[in-house]
Structure formats: C-alpha cells, structure tokens
Design a protein around this ligand. Structure first.
Ligand code: SF4
Length: 79
C-alpha cells in the first residue's frame, strides 16, 4: 500500500485550531478557512495531499471540495 507523506502537517497554520473551521457545513462558507490557508507555509503540500488522496470533505490547501474537484478535472496538481 502506498503511504502518503504527511510530515508537512507539523508546520501547518491550522494546527490547534478548531477543525470545524475547515469543515464548514456549506461550500459557500469557506472564507475563514481559506484565509488561514493563504498564510500557511505548507499550503502546496497540503493541497497536493488532498488531491492525491481524493479527499472529499473540507478545505485543504486553500481549496474547497468543489474547487479540488475542478482542479482534478483540469489536471492541475498545484496552484
Ligand atoms: S493549507 Fe490550510 S488546511 Fe492545509 S495545512 Fe495549511 S492551514 Fe491547514
């Protein structure tokens, strides 16, 4: 089984924050999470991880689930 690297997580801007921020009930309610992601030093690693693992829930790397589906459709691996 392929193991994904999650070592980037120790440097994340969201560490220790309320996870609910990153799992809003509505796709239209992601602003607080994406604002935090903007200042995160591991944003690209986080986004790539979510794309690689086809993560379906929450905000990862500044991208909502809907945005990640779009990225996967157009074949982009980083933003
Ligand atoms: S990019 Fe966003 S979700 Fe990913 S580790 Fe950074 S703050 Fe957390």
């Amino acid at each position: 089984m392929h193991e994904f690297d999650i070592s980037w997580r120790v440097n994340s801007a969201c560490q220790g924050l309320d996870p609910d921020i990153f799992y809003p009930e509505s796709e239209d309610n992601c602003e607080q999470a994406t604002a935090i992601c903007k200042s995160c030093h591991v944003r690209i690693a986080c986004l790539n991880y979510a794309l690689d693992t086809r993560e379906k829930q929450g905000v990862w790397g500044g991208a909502s689930a809907r945005e990640r589906r779009r990225l996967l459709r157009v074949g982009r691996r980083s933003a």
